[in-house]
Ligand binder design. Structure first.
Ligand code: PLP
Length: 392
């Protein structure tokens, strides 16, 4: 008899979509299928040599191998403060308003654990990054979906949230530039959100890992630029996409000092911070010359245009995103099931995309293409898709 059973909390938990997809892709590779991955948002390019050199130099120092400071080294927190001041003109207190994270996904997931009680409501975007939803589920909270619709520019309609939901709502999740839709939010929307949060006593959690991947002169704002935001908002930021450091697992939570304080206590029991040389390299990334980011963004821009053009030629309805590393496209007329579409495409062409439904029911009918793959492969993939769609 198998007496090892999961806790009720995780019994309904499914593995992360990309964990399952990786398995499937490995099986196809074993059968000799050549795969082009435009699914996960993992940058293919490395950080600068300088960032890597700082990591290596520190790793060679025998004194850098002990436990690091809980919540991140003072130098790293200061670097986050310097970055926010320079990039957004937002002044933060490194001791109380900044916390290092083991990648922003960790902090996003754990914020729900420190704020939500069973029965509380978490307002989540649909489509949206899965950790908002799954973090809330583990906390025993109820989830209320805020549809992100093309006709509203993929912004949630706050006025459509019923009063009885608002009474129980504790967190409202936002994410701009947005994954998966690539949509951006104007500062005026953040002003509306901050007023809304004050009125309804809700914590805003703004997840902002794509603020530095912008195209055509667009500059993404931080919600903390809004007056009164730090009283009601915490913002998550990440070195994963800005500096091509996704595997390094370095992020930050900034803003509301109460929320940051609870997260810090929770994390002090759960993890023991990060490897000092990683934080030293992160410190360097945040405070050194940022010029190279524009050049890197130009590479994404070229890929974006290849994808948008290729998809439009194959009958997809597609907008051109101003930011982030995704193209979000509606399937051509007559095709409705995004999972079936992506599965067939993968099996028959080796091109891997993400079905929109992975991000929620309002993502059904869409697919997401990541730009984090070499430009030659992106071109090839779009050629394969076009040829395959013609045959189908
Ligand atoms: C919206 C969003 N939030 C958070 C993350 C997690 O980033 P990190 O690598 O910092 O954990 C991602 C990664 O794809 C993301 O798209």
């Amino acid at each position: 008899m198998n007496y090892i059973q999961p806790a009720h909390r995780i019994a309904g938990f499914k593995p992360y979509f990309f964990a399952t997809l990786n398995q499937k892709i490995n099986e196809l590779k074993k059968k000799g299928v050549s795969i082009i991955r435009l699914d996960m948002g993992s940058p293919d390019l490395p950080p600068t040599d300088e960032i890597i050199d700082v990591m290596v130099k520190n790793a060679r120092d025998p004194h850098q191998h002990g436990y690091s400071a809980i919540g991140g080294t003072p130098q790293f927190r200061q670097a986050c403060a310097d970055y926010y001041l320079k990039r957004f003109n937002v002044k933060l207190d490194p001791a109380k308003e900044i916390l290092a994270l083991v990648g922003s996904k960790e902090g996003v997931f754990n914020l729900s654990q420190v704020i939500l009680n069973p029965g509380d409501i978490s307002l989540v975007p649909d489509p949206g990054y899965p950790a908002y939803r799954e973090g809330g589920r583990i906390a025993g909270a109820e989830l209320y979906d805020m549809p992100l619709l093309p006709e509203n520019g993929f912004l949630p309609d706050l006025k459509a949230i019923p009063d009885d939901i608002l009474k129980k709502a504790k967190i409202l999740w936002l994410n701009y530039p947005n994954n998966p839709t690539g949509a951006v939010a104007p500062l005026s929307f953040f002003e509306e959100v901050v007023r809304f949060a004050h009125d309804h006593q809700i914590l805003i959690a703004h997840d902002a890992p794509y603020t530095d991947i912008c195209f055509g002169g667009y500059v993404a704002p931080s919600i903390l630029q809004v007056d009164g935001a730090r009283e009601v908002a915490v913002e998550f930021n990440s070195l994963s996409k800005t500096y091509n450091m996704a595997g390094w697992r370095i992020g930050m939570a900034v803003g509301n000092s109460d929320a940051i304080g609870y997260l810090n206590i929770y994390k002090s029991q759960m993890d023991s911070s990060q490897f000092n040389p990683l934080l030293a390299a992160g410190t360097h990334a945040l405070t050194s010359d940022q010029e190279w980011i524009q050049e890197r963004n130009d590479i994404y821009l070229e890929r974006r245009d290849i994808v948008v053009k290729g998809l439009a030629a194959s009958g997809f309805q597609v907008d051109t995103p101003d930011a982030a590393i995704y193209v979000w496209a509606h399937l051509p007329k007559g095709i409705t099931d995004s999972t079936a579409f992506c599965t067939r495409l993968l099996e028959e062409t080796g091109v891997s995309l993400t079905p929109g439904v992975v991000y929620g029911q309002h993502g059904e009918g869409f697919i997401r293409i990541s730009l984090g793959t070499a430009t030659t492969e992106v071109k090839q993939a779009l050629e394969h898709i076009q040829a395959w769609m013609k045959k189908a």
